[in-house]
Design a protein around this ligand. Structure first.
Ligand SMILES: Nc1ncnc2c1ncn2[C@@H]1O[C@H](COP(=O)(O)OP(=O)(O)OP(=O)(O)O)[C@@H](O)[C@H]1O
Ligand SMILES: [Mg+2]
Length: 256
């Protein structure tokens, strides 16, 4: 994809050109508010670019109508930043939701799929619990089970380890790797967790101020001479950087 996106006067993505290799794990990093979630939403057609194009495999998707997007969305599992489970529905019903919506499976076939998805995320025996009865890490796993239950070929993870302790984060990282290995999926992981990026990434992109500031393997990013890249990787706080992320002027947006 090669995308620009503004919201009113604010330019969030300013010609972000990203190629995501099939069957591999690509990590997108960048400071809070730099447009990582916005980028993922372009891949499923939840947002359209104000400039540029989005391609999924061999199809340009940013110009498709809602009806034509459906079959593409079905191939993409999306783990939302805040898990987005239905609180009043059991774990099993949460995972059944996309199956009821998009397939004609019988109840027992659905039960098998739900069981298999929970097995894949290493969660057993929680089918009848409510999301509130689970830990944060377990909720992420349930959301992931829901994202994979339709057996997508592409999985988008928005901050899968944020808010989890290091052990549970490691568990999620291992899951990302396992799903890539066992299902052969193309994965895109948005994160600012450096540990996690190191463990799952085959390829990384770092977004800064609406542009790709660096790309390559995690090790290549660590060798990148750009001081902004090093500051981000090492987590050095500078007030100037935060100032620079404030909404840009209308003049800039007009130049798109
Ligand atoms: N639907 C929208 N309407 C208006 N502005 C939006 C919309 N979605 C996102 N933005 C703006 O775009 C910018 C980038 O948002 P985004 O959620 O992509 O950040 P992010 O990189 O995912 O941050 P974080 O790491 O905190 O999740 C923010 O300034 C946000 O306010
Ligand atoms: Mg986000």
């Amino acid at each position: 994809m090669n995308v620009s996106r503004s919201f009113g006067p604010q330019t969030v993505l300013d010609g972000v050109n990203i190629n995501i290799p099939r069957g591999q794990t690509t990590v997108i990093m960048g400071p809070s508010g730099c447009g990582k979630s916005v980028m993922l939403k372009h891949i499923v057609g939840l947002l359209q670019p104000t400039g540029g194009e989005v391609w999924v495999e061999d199809q340009r998707i940013d110009t498709l109508r809602e009806r034509d997007l459906r079959p593409i969305r079905l191939q993409i599992g999306f783990l939302f930043q805040l898990s987005a489970l239905f609180d009043s529905m059991s774990v099993a019903d949460n995972i059944a939701f996309p199956l009821i919506e998009h397939t004609n499976l019988t109840e027992s076939q659905r039960r098998d799929k739900i069981h298999h998805a929970l097995e894949l995320v290493d969660l057993d025996g929680v089918e009848n619990k409510l999301p509130a009865q689970l830990s944060g890490g377990q909720r992420k796993r349930v959301a992931l089970a829901r994202a994979i239950v339709l057996e997508p070929r592409i999985i988008l993870y928005d901050e899968p380890t944020t808010g989890l302790d290091p052990i549970r984060s490691d568990g999620i990282d291992q899951l990302v790797n396992k799903l890539r290995r066992e299902l052969g999926v193309t994965s895109v992981v948005v994160t600012h967790d450096m540990n996690s990026a190191r463990k799952v990434a085959e390829h990384c992109f770092l977004l800064l101020n609406g542009k790709v500031a660096a790309q390559g393997t995690f090790e290549q990013l660590q060798q990148n001479p750009d001081f902004r890249v090093q500051q981000f990787l090492q987590g050095v706080y500078r007030r100037d950087d935060i100032e620079a992320e404030r909404p840009s002027s209308p003049g800039q947006a007009a130049s798109l």
